[in-house]
Design a protein around this ligand. Structure first.
Ligand SMILES: Cc1cc2nc3c(=O)[nH]c(=O)nc-3n(C[C@H](O)[C@H](O)[C@H](O)COP(=O)(O)OP(=O)(O)OC[C@H]3O[C@@H](n4cnc5c(N)ncnc54)[C@H](O)[C@@H]3O)c2cc1C
Length: 384
């Protein structure tokens, strides 16, 4: 798709988002409620199924188009976190699932009748070290029995299906620590009150995140995606997509903050002149602009490589890191530019400030990206 087509997508998404102004998000934030109407609108417009190939009911677009959608959502003040995972979680099934699984699930995910937007990786005791997950899946006849616990499983209450990472072999049984981890596509609807319990976690932002407990949950053996023991490798492929898309959400946030700050700096008069006439106000905003546009170049490079099917681990990681640092810096500068008014809910700045902070920590923290670059790009000794 050329730049003109991407612009057309952005224009359409912005039009849709105009139906969901700040007041809509503020009210949801107060209630910690899920943005049903917004998600429904994106679903009906076909945006959430854009990465699914046409033969499975999606629109077969690339990550550049998906990125343009999410960047726009955030640039105009909305938030894609309630549903962005519906776009990319299916990637593991698409790349590694059987033809039966693809035919059974992908058309429903594409149309939105099936929600696959919960991804259970993180556990309370393992932290970022996924090789130490303790949730187990034990084969028993034609079923697996799942026991364990996940934490921070976002959108589990608003998902029909969950992609779950569980151990089918102990950590020390394989050649490498990540061997013996398998990935399953679980039907949350069947599991509820049947061995699967979801408990919401109230957080500083409205994110519908949860803890999920598995107590003897029985799932059909056909829920296994790909081969047993190779699950960690399968989900790594999907992580690049997630990082590129989230980088674009951060770019959208950063541009929203920069636009707000520069508009306000031109209008607000103190000491008989616009505050934006002072370099102490101008320079931080200009610095954020430069950081954001530099991050955007890396994000664009990562997206292009991804769409060409070329390795893009370093670029996807750097894009996510640079964009999340840029959006956080822009959030802080916007707060400072607005002075006391930034703290009033009605300007949406304090809410967006809380929202964009997440991306320095999740889905992967800045430190872990730096250690990836140090080890895998620069060849420095492994630090852990
Ligand atoms: C709102 C929210 C939504 C989330 N959604 C999901 C989801 O849907 N699914 C899911 O599976 N997970 C989800 N997560 C989890 C998220 O991916 C993790 O919180 C994140 O990866 C960090 O892991 P941790 O919290 O266990 O931190 P820890 O691993 O305990 O790390 C704590 C801090 O120490 C640093 N650190 C750790 N080891 C090192 C090291 N060797 N060198 C330098 N620094 C180090 C980390 O960078 C981090 O800053 C979510 C988290 C949040 C807060």
């Amino acid at each position: 798709m050329d730049d003109q087509d991407l612009k057309a997508i952005r224009d359409e998404v912005a039009k849709l988002c105009a139906r969901f102004p700040g007041e809509y998000w503020r009210e949801l934030d107060r209630q910690r409620a899920y943005p049903m109407a917004f998600v429904q609108a994106l679903t009906e417009a076909g945006y959430l199924g854009c990465l699914i190939p046409e033969e499975y009911g999606g629109s077969g677009l690339g990550i550049r188009e998906a990125s343009a959608i999410l960047e726009t959502v955030h640039r105009v003040g909305c938030n894609g976190a309630a549903c962005h995972a519906q776009m990319y979680t299916m990637g593991t099934v698409l790349r590694h699932g059987s033809e039966d699984q693809k035919r059974a699930f992908l058309p429903g995910v594409a149309s939105g009748t099936l929600r696959l937007q919960a991804f259970g990786v993180t556990e309370p005791t393992s932290g970022t070290d996924t090789s130490r997950i303790q949730t187990t899946a034990k084969l028993d006849g034609d079923q697996y029995i799942i026991n364990g616990q996940k934490v921070w499983t976002s959108r589990a209450e608003h998902s029909d299906l969950m992609l779950l990472l569980a151990r089918t072999q102990p950590r020390d049984a394989g050649k490498k620590p990540h061997d013996g981890i398998s990935v399953f596509l679980i039907d949350i609807r069947d599991g509820k009150d049947n061995g699967l319990t979801i408990k919401p976690i109230r957080t500083m932002l409205n994110h519908s995140t949860t803890e999920v407990f598995f107590d003897g949950l029985r799932i059909p053996a056909s829920a296994l995606v790909g081969e047993e023991g190779k699950g960690f490798r399968y989900i790594l492929d999907g992580m690049n997509a997630e990082r590129i898309l989230i980088a674009h959400e951060c770019l959208g946030d950063a541009r929203w903050f920069i636009e707000k700050a520069s508009t306000y700096a031109k209008e607000r008069r103190v000491f008989d002149r616009p505050i934006g006439q002072n370099q102490g106000i101008q320079f931080p905003i200009a610095e954020c602009y430069a950081e954001t546009e530099a991050a955007a170049l890396m994000a664009e490079k990562a997206a292009r490589l991804f769409d060409l099917g070329q390795p893009c681990g370093a670029e996807a990681n750097m894009a996510k890191m640079l964009a999340s640092e840029a959006s956080w810096h822009a959030a802080d500068v916007c707060m400072q530019t607005f002075g006391g008014f930034a703290f009033a809910e009605e300007y949406d700045i304090e809410r967006k400030f809380r929202e964009t902070r997440l991306y320095r920590t999740a889905p992967i923290s800045t430190n872990l990206i730096l250690s990836y670059i140090a080890e895998h790009v620069l060849g420095l000794p492994r630090s852990f």
